[in-house]
Design a protein around this ligand. Structure first.
Ligand SMILES: [Zn+2]
Length: 424
């Protein structure tokens, strides 16, 4: 629980710090930031010279598949994958089996994480009972049990009146509402982005309008209710524009995108590549550019992976029947650092997107290295080159479109409450 991290470039946007400093953690909390700090004898030390030291990274959107789908991932393996990716905290979505719509299931996750997880695991509960979209879940009970947000992720809440009530009620008790925004009628039987590539491949397309229309509804409901809303995994030019406009007129709308949406286009689907099948689907080059611009200008608040492990039997099948989603925890940081390399983001923005702002949206006492804060820290080597290999991924599942990719940058130490839980 004691650790001295010496001589790294500390980047902590929560305090406006970007300087070479030592970080001293004692009893699991940040005790001091400064130069030439001395620690009591026997305190373990990390030489971070040439490395970047940040508040522990937070992935606010992962699927740990536990309970019920442990053949894809479980809390222990998912947390190892997170630690290897530099994440000290993850928020896990409730579409497990059973779903997280009760105190009992939320407590199961929290207790199992306490004994088996390397990183902090914060459960997200359902918006609606059973995630069925028919009536509201007991949000108060979920919050009391430790849920940090509510979402029916995987599906939209189709009923606008129910979503209005959800936003109003959640505002009253102070819990974040995370919307999976999708117009299911427009999605129909689509399996990839609707466009040139879907036509060439003879696959049914999902139009961008299916996302934009749903995002617009959430923004208007939030405006009407005077309540915050967070939009999960945006992927289109239109979603970014709608949220940019909403923010400009004071609507409390926040959103996230995932590394695959600012890295890949629907060209990646060619060859009927099921590791490029996800929901929302990979879009066009213009959409990729809109994600980068949105991250740069503050329209997009967070980078989240939507880490979605699947068994090979669910991916090594015909494209139309393959399940949606990819693992993302171990590739998120280098893909995001690439935007820094390209000059689209600076490191302060990156740390805000991957730590400070997700903490704020979920109301976590994380995302900062302020004295007295929990000693969650990520130490990053931005120059470290490595290759993504299935056998080396900590996740139980290997469904990544980035297998074989050469990456630059990775977490070399992941520190949770002053303890090194991962070392490269
Ligand atoms: Zn979703």
């Amino acid at each position: 629980m004691n650790l001295l991290i010496k001589g790294g470039r500390v980047i902590d946007p929560s305090q406006g710090i970007d300087a070479n400093l030592d970080v001293l953690i004692a009893d699991g909390v940040v005790l001091e930031l400064g130069q030439g700090l001395a620690a009591p004898e026997g305190t373990p030390a990390i030489d971070a010279s040439g490395l970047i030291v940040t508040p522990g990274l937070i992935d606010m959107h992962v699927h740990l598949r536990d309970p019920g789908l442990e053949y894809k991932e479980d809390i222990a393996t998912g947390s190892r994958s997170a630690a290897a990716g530099g994440f000290t905290s993850v928020a896990c979505m409730p579409n497990t089996s059973p779903v997280i719509d009760s105190k009992a299931i939320a407590s199961y996750i929290i207790n199992k994480a306490k004994s088996e997880a390397l990183v902090n695991v914060f459960p997200i509960g359902c918006i609606t009972k059973g995630g069925k979209g028919e009536s509201l879940a007991e949000m108060g009970e979920l919050k009391e049990a430790g849920c940090v947000g509510v979402s029916d992720d995987g599906k939209p809440v189709c009923n606008s009146e129910l979503m209005r009530r959800a936003l109003e009620y959640a505002k009253g008790i102070g819990i974040a509402v995370i919307s999976h925004s999708e117009d299911l009628a427009l999605v129909g039987e689509g399996v990839m982005n609707e466009g040139f590539v879907s036509t060439e491949l003879g696959l049914k397309g999902i139009p961008w309008a299916a996302e934009d229309i749903a995002v617009a509804r959430e923004v208007y409901l939030a405006e009407f209710a005077g309540a915050p809303v967070h939009i999960a995994h945006i992927s289109t030019v239109g979603s970014a524009r709608i949220i940019r406009n909403a923010k400009a007129r004071g609507v409390k709308a926040t959103c996230e995108t995932a590394p695959h949406y600012f890295t890949l286009t629907d060209e990646a689907v060619r060859g009927y590549e099921t590791n490029a099948k996800m929901n929302p689907p990979l879009r066009s080059a213009a959409d990729v550019e809109a994600m980068k611009a949105g991250l740069a200008d503050g329209t997009i608040d967070a980078i989240a992976t939507d880490h979605a492990p699947h068994h090979p039997d669910e991916k090594d099948v015909e494209f139309n029947v393959a399940l949606n989603g990819i693992v993302g925890l171990e590739t998120s940081l280098p893909l995001s650092l690439k935007l820094v390399e390209e000059g689209r983001l600076d490191l302060n923005q990156l740390v805000s997107l991957m730590s400070c702002t997700p903490a704020k949206i979920l109301g976590l006492d994380r995302g900062t290295l302020k004295v007295g804060a929990v000693g969650d820290v990520t130490v990053i080597d931005p120059a470290k080159e490595w290759q993504v290999e299935a056998a080396k991924l900590e996740s139980k599942s290997k469904n990544s479109p980035f297998l074989g990719w050469k990456m630059k940058g990775r977490a070399v130490y992941t520190v949770v409450k002053g303890q090194v839980v991962y070392q490269a």
